[in-house]
Design a protein around this ligand. Structure first.
Ligand code: SF4
Length: 696
């Protein structure tokens, strides 16, 4: 077993090599830099300059601009000059795919170039070719020959480089040997990195993006581990989730992927890819970075203390930490596997993680309130309609409900209250507060919830609880932490459970005191998402105090305010489960953020496709702006809607193009037809629970 960060059980930022991008320093514990990418036509100098300025004013520290051909690469000079003329010194990054010539021009103009090793030299043909060792080596020589001139230019001009691997655009060579895997992504970047190191070029940042957060997180972790194994040092990491989509889903998916790695202490620069105007990505980035700012100081102190060993030329001091942790880790952070737990009623085992709706703060609970958590009562038929995102449990604290519950909803109440209502043994279950469980006289014969603040609980009491839980097949642990770095705190406790071979299910409980809905979304996603991606959650329980929230409007254009806090928490819980792919309750959209190559209005089209298909639970639909990168980046989508030419759309089933050059006006209808033809269509229900903070 091998690991990839300073510590899995407390926050510590990983020190990486320092990279210089213009005047901006990145890596080496410098603040995490925030960046975005323009969506304008690169040949339209003024529009691109103006959009760049909006991004910079919003806080972008780097602005990336696409350079699909030599023409656009050359026009970067005009864009840069105009920006400098207007007083903006922010470094620019040229985004390159397929065109080494454009890269070599851009590297002489802008401060950084991004190359995608999957398509810098290789043409992706989706062919599964077998390579002999000799053929493979020949391919590497071919890459070296084509890539080395760019390195030399970067060295001469002091230009930085990002080697940016994408899950969806691995070369045939990599696919043939590693498949479409995190290890393939890592090797794809490492081939380029080795060539650069041989040329003594180190001004390099790396990324491992995917739209699947599991793949993305595993790839970054493997990359760090591989760099330490091979070089004894780590280059800075650019974190991002590709094609995350828009609205709260896009934010949650990004925060799950990026936040999980930041919780691990990884990441030197981040980009949140949303199908929205790029300036709207920046507040999300800032909220993510802000969570770790006050913790950076601690790692600086740690670093100072570590300097003594640095002087003793223990260059890879982090590796010794890695090795010592190899001995104790009871799970594999490079490969998702759900922690083995036993089933307690409908929780644990291989059952999907449950959602607990927190109604602690609600003084009176009426049947109508359940609408916010997916249940709509129809008085005419005396029936409950149950939505796809309907909570499984409702926590009522010291209240009980005076109406019949929907059949799929159960109640958790405080143990003292439960004692008065043991007759309701099928639907109401007690919650014990940590130590309370040790002295329990009466408990449910089916399900008992035990809440533990893992930060505050005394070590001996925790051990006693563990001893009791070991023989209690009705115990479900609700773990939370009042520690600022609560994710690592809870992870430490789950690791202890595994070390003790305890099989009790765990509900991941996160309480937020953040004052805006944006920050809460980020906190919930990062903390709960990280634990779910480690395979540690049998349920999710999100809590907040709406009275402390000053801002209940999600940032970005066209978003309505959060009017119902229960609906917000419930929808966020289901979105986090969806983003971690642990419980699928709705359609998944993989939409590119758009760039200068985009052939249609991505935001408007995404909204139209969403309006027609958002009831297709579990169906994955990709909406990609261009045919150049779109098909490769669609990852594991079931259907693809891809810009083929101006005003013309190509439709895909998986990665296979099925229909070509459909006029844009009828393309959404044809997409629906295609979904129907492939048996994935269902008619929308007329009375579905409305979406929460949704866009459009
Ligand atoms: S898929 Fe979208 S973001 Fe990627 S190059 Fe094409 S238009 Fe640009």
């Amino acid at each position: 077993m091998q690991v990839y960060c300073n510590s899995l059980t407390e926050y510590s930022r990983l020190k990486t090599l320092e990279v210089k991008i213009g005047d901006l320093l990145l890596g080496n514990l410098h603040p995490v830099r925030v960046q975005t990418m323009t969506t304008t036509d690169t040949m339209d100098t003024i529009t691109t300059v103006e959009q760049s300025i909006r991004c910079i004013e919003a806080g972008a520290e780097l602005v990336r601009i696409t350079a699909p051909s030599k023409r656009e690469a050359e026009n970067l000079l005009n864009i840069k000059n105009e920006l400098r003329k207007r007083g903006y010194k922010t470094p620019l990054v040229a985004d390159i795919h397929f065109t080494p010539n454009a890269a070599e021009i851009a590297a002489r103009i802008v401060e950084k170039v991004r190359v995608n090793p999957g398509n810098y030299v290789d043409k992706k043909k989706f062919e599964q070719i077998e390579y002999t060792d000799a053929e493979y080596a020949e391919e590497i020589d071919r890459i070296r020959e084509r890539f080395t001139p760019l390195i030399k230019i970067c060295k001469e001009y002091g230009t930085a480089m990002r080697i940016g691997t994408n899950h969806g655009s691995l070369s045939d060579r990599i696919m043939s040997r590693y498949g479409d895997t995190p290890m393939g992504m890592v090797e794809s970047a490492m081939e380029f990195l080795r060539i650069a190191r041989n040329e003594s070029y180190h001004n390099i940042v790396l990324s491992m993006k995917a739209s699947n957060t599991l793949v993305m997180v595993e790839a970054y972790r493997l990359l760090v581990n591989t760099m330490f194994e091979e070089f004894g040092e780590c280059y800075p990491l650019h974190l991002g989730v590709t094609e995350a989509g828009d609205g709260e889903d896009g934010r949650i998916k990004s925060a799950v992927g990026i936040g999980t790695l930041m919780e691990d202490g990884l990441g030197d620069t981040i980009r949140v890819s949303l199908t929205e105007d790029p300036e709207f990505e920046i507040p999300v980035c800032k909220d993510l970075v802000k969570r770790y700012e006050n913790r950076i100081h601690q790692s600086h102190v740690k670093d100072l203390l570590n300097n003594i060993s640095d002087k003793l030329h223990v260059r890879n001091s982090q590796r010794s930490t890695i090795n010592s942790q190899q001995l104790i880790l009871p799970y594999n952070p490079f490969e998702y596997k759900r922690r083995h737990t036993h089933e307690v009623n409908n929780i644990g085992g291989m059952l999907v993680p449950i959602v607990v709706a927190d109604f602690m703060q609600k003084e009176k609970i009426a049947a109508d309130d359940l609408k916010a958590i997916g249940y709509t009562y129809d008085a005419a038929t005396d029936k409950w309609n149950i939505g796809d995102s309907a909570a499984d449990y409702i926590y009522t604290a010291d209240k009980l409900l005076n109406f019949h519950l929907p059949g799929t909803l159960k109640i958790i109440c405080n143990a003292k209250k439960w004692l008065q209502h043991q007759d309701l043994s099928d639907t109401v279950f007690p919650l014990f507060e940590g130590v309370e469980y040790l002295d329990v006289v009466e408990k449910s014969s089916r399900e008992n919830f035990i809440a533990i603040d893992v930060n505050k609980i005394d070590k001996n009491i925790k051990q006693k609880i563990f001893d009791l839980v070991a023989t209690d097949v009705t115990a479900v642990l609700c773990l939370y932490s009042s520690n600022k770095h609560s994710m690592a705190d809870v992870r430490r406790t789950v690791i202890e459970l595994m070390d003790h071979n305890l099989k009790a299910p765990v509900i991941i409980s996160v309480e937020s005191n953040c004052t805006s809905v944006d920050e809460q979304l980020i906190q919930f996603s990062a903390e709960a998402g990280a634990l779910l991606l480690d395979g540690f959650g049998d349920g999710i329980w999100l809590m907040n105090d709406p009275k402390k929230m000053h801002n209940t409007k999600l940032s970005g254009r066209n978003y309505i305010p959060v009017t119902n806090n229960h609906q917000f928490l419930n929808a966020t819980s289901f979105s986090i489960l969806q983003a971690t792919r642990t419980r699928i309750s709705k359609t998944e959209y993989i939409s590119c953020p758009s760039c200068g190559r985009t052939l249609f209005d991505l935001q408007e089209t995404t909204a139209r496709i969403r309006a027609r298909t958002n009831h297709l639970k579990g169906v994955k639909i990709a909406i990609m702006g261009c045919i150049v990168n779109g098909p490769g980046e669609m990852a594991d989508a079931d259907f693809g809607y891809v810009g083929g030419a101006p005003g013309k759309i190509n439709l895909y089933v998986g990665k296979k193009p099925i229909k070509f050059n459909i006029p844009e006006a009828e393309a959404v209808d044809r997409l629906v037809d295609l979904i129907k033809e492939h048996g994935k269509w269902a008619e929308p229900e007329t009375d579905s629970t409305p979406e929460l903070t949704g866009a459009h």
